[in-house]
Each structure stands twice: as structure tokens, then as C-alpha cells.
Design a protein around this ligand. Structure first.
Ligand SMILES: *Cc1c(COP(=O)(O)O)cnc(C)c1O
Length: 360
């Protein structure tokens, strides 16, 4: 086995090593049942306990009020781009969207299939370098909800605080859920693909306020109604068992760590170390405006694409992997989610200093 390296991948992303070790054992023989975890019936007591524990942990860690349902779905966050408007919006109704990146824009495109979409803000013309403050846009009084992407994975921007508007909020939190506390009761729906900050690919978490389940029209297919999954506790059909189990293990790890507030403190420290390096060296320039900087995805450029390519190559050679920026913006991106160790950030910063020195 090679030494474990530092994996800065944006998603699927690094997971706690202890979780990988647990999964490696459980996948072969789960709780001494003589069956591997991924062989279990999803209706078996053994697996139902896994699902129940995962739900309980998520409710506890995010302090989810009892009038919210928690769903474990498939199809990725991308399917939520259409499921949200399909379930919440009638064709003559309006919803408001903030265009802060590729994911936000995809959500807008899907919503346009179902209702009227008001794009209240866009930073597309400045390569999505920032997210808006509350006073930089308005939401029509007849809007059903305000949709936003809390952390823009590709550009490295994040709302420092969740938008504070009178309208019901709906958020794609794929790349920063569980990285900081937030007030669930301000939201109608929160969704997140697991593969950034919660587990492996294959399961999408949806937190939905109960009263919204009945808004859906009759002509929506059964599998695409939130109500279907809510009524059957996400067991209407076979759930993504292995991914769900892994999320449970990650949540257990997070709980033992001290929970969301405790990890937020570490996330702030890790990001500060990296931004400090970017700001203090001539060689590096941050992509995001300072007030919009993400604690999860740190994006930066070097003076030329050639230097960037060399930086990424040489970093990989010393065990700092996955630093290439998204193809739509180029440059470099260090994704430092909850499970990313602090020592990896420190190693990157020292590599950055060496690289700057050698390429003056
Ligand atoms: C990765 C990502 C997505 C896409 O997720 P899939 O699960 O691949 O569909 C959507 N939104 C955000 C913010 C992301 O980071």
C-alpha cells in the first residue's frame, strides 16, 4: 500500500481514514452477521438500523426541527435542480434564483421548465468571483422561494452568512453542508450530494419542510415526488445502501470530533492558513473576492498557465494531489472539506513557498 497522500479533490473527496477502515471491514462481514454490508437486504433489521442511525445523527448534528423530513435519494444534486421546481412550483408561479456559478445556472435552467424564474443577481460577467450581499438584490413579493448555492465549489465562493430575506430559502449545500452551523428553520428545502463533505457518491440528502410535500401536482412521476419518499422513509425503492452507510460513519466521526461548531473552527483555521499564503506571496492570486471566500474550496492562479501546470504537476509528485482547477476557470483549487487534515494544508503552504522561491 502506498503511503496515504493528501487528496485535494473537489469531489468525490477525501474521507476520514477511520471511516475507510471501518467500511473495509464491514463490507466483508457486517457486525459478525456472516454477511457483507452491501449484501444485506435494505429491509433487514441490520440495515434498517444503519439507516435509522444515519438519520438520527444528521438530525442531531444539524439540529433539524421535527417538522422536517430527511430523505436519502439518488440522482445527485443535479436531480434536485429539477425536483425542487417540479415539486414546489406551478407553471404560473415564480421563484427567485441567484446565479453564482455553473451549478446555480443549471438549477435556473431546470426551474425554467416548470415556472417563472426571476434571476435576482448574477456574477457571471465577473467569472463568478463573488456572491451577493442581502442588499444587492431584491426578491419579488410573489416569489415562492429563493434558491441559492451556499458554496460555489468551482469558483471558491461562499456566502459568509446565509441570505436573510423574508422569503422561504432553498439551498444547494452540496459542498459545505456540515461545515458550519445554520438555522434549518429558515429553509423549505436543503439538498446536498454526499460526495463532497459527507461520504461517497451515490446518495443525495434532502431536508424538506413537511408542509411542502403536498404542493406537488398530480402529473409528476411517483419517483420524482418528495412525498413518495417521505411517506416511505426513503425506502420506497432500494436506497443507495453503501453510500448511506458511509454517510452514517462520517457523521459518527463528526459527532466524535465535537460536531459542526467544532469542525467549523478547524475549517476556519485551515482556510486562513491557505489564504494567508496566497495573499503574502507575489506568485499567487486568489480568484474569489475576499468577502466571498470559501472555507471549503480555495481557488487561486499563478501568473501563467504554464506555471500553473508545473505547480500542479510538482505538487502531485510530493503527495499533494487534485489541485487542478475546474476546466471552466483553470488555475488551481485546493478543496479542504471537513475530513481534509490540517497537516495537508500546512504541507501545501510550505510547498507553495518553495515553489515561489524556485520560480521567481
Ligand atoms: C458537485 C456539485 C453539484 C453536482 O452534484 P452531482 O451530485 O454530481 O449531481 C451540484 N452543486 C454543487 C454546489 C456541487 O458542488
Amino acid at each position: 500500500m502506498p503511503e496515504r497522500i493528501y487528496n485535494f479533490s473537489p469531489g468525490p473527496a477525501t474521507l476520514p481514514y477511520s471511516v475507510l477502515q471501518e467500511a473495509a471491514v464491514d463490507i466483508v462481514n457486517f457486525k459478525d452477521s456472516g454477511m457483507g454490508l452491501i449484501e444485506l437486504s435494505h429491509r433487514s433489521k441490520l440495515f434498517m438500523d444503519v439507516a435509522d442511525e444515519t438519520e438520527a445523527l444528521l438530525r442531531e448534528l444539524l439540529n433539524i426541527p421535527s417538522n422536517y423530513k430527511l430523505l436519502f435519494l439518488q440522482g445527485g444534486a443535479s436531480s434536485q435542480f429539477f425536483m425542487v421546481p417540479m415539486n414546489l412550483l406551478q407553471h404560473d408561479q415564480k421563484a427567485t434564483y441567484l446565479n453564482t456559478g455553473v451549478w446555480a445556472k443549471k438549477a435556473i435552467q431546470e426551474a425554467q421548465l416548470f415556472g417563472k424564474v426571476e434571476v435576482a443577481y448574477s456574477s457571471e460577467d465577473i467569472t463568478y468571483r463573488r456572491v451577493p450581499k442581502d442588499d444587492e438584490y431584491t426578491v419579488s413579493s410573489d416569489s415562492q422561494y429563493l434558491h441559492f448555492v451556499s458554496n460555489n465549489t468551482i469558483y471558491g465562493t461562499q456566502y459568509p452568512d446565509m441570505p436573510d430575506k423574508t422569503v422561504m430559502l432553498v439551498a444547494d449545500m452540496s459542498s459545505d453542508i456540515l461545515s458550519r452551523p445554520f438555522d434549518v428553520s429558515k429553509f423549505g428545502i436543503v439538498y446536498a450530494g454526499a460526495q463532497k463533505n459527507m461520504g461517497p457518491a451515490g446518495v443525495t440528502i434532502v431536508i424538506i419542510r413537511e408542509d411542502l410535500l403536498d404542493k406537488v401536482g398530480d402529473r409528476v412521476p411517483t419517483m420524482l415526488k418528495y412525498k413518495t419518499h417521505a411517506e416511505k422513509d426513503s425506502m420506497f425503492n432500494t436506497p443507495p445502501c453503501f453510500a448511506l452507510y458511509c454517510v452514517g460513519r462520517v457523521l459518527n466521526w463528526l459527532k466524535n470530533f465535537g460536531g459542526v461548531a467544532a469542525i467549523e473552527k478547524i475549517n476556519r483555521e485551515k482556510a486562513a492558513v491557505l489564504y494567508e499564503a496566497i495573499d503574502s506571496m507575489e506568485m499567487y492570486r486568489g480568484h474569489a473576492e475576499k468577502e466571498s471566500r470559501s472555507l471549503m474550496n480555495v481557488t487561486f492562479n499563478l501568473p501563467t498557465p504554464e506555471l500553473e501546470a508545473r505547480f500542479i504537476r510538482e505538487a502531485a509528485a510530493v503527495g499533494l494531489d487534485g489541485l487542478k482547477g475546474h476546466r471552466s476557470v483553470g488555475g488551481c483549487r485546493a478543496s479542504i472539506y471537513n475530513a481534509f487534515p490540517r497537516e495537508g494544508v500546512e504541507k501545501l503552504v510550505s510547498f507553495m513557498a518553495d515553489f515561489a522561491q524556485q520560480n521567481q
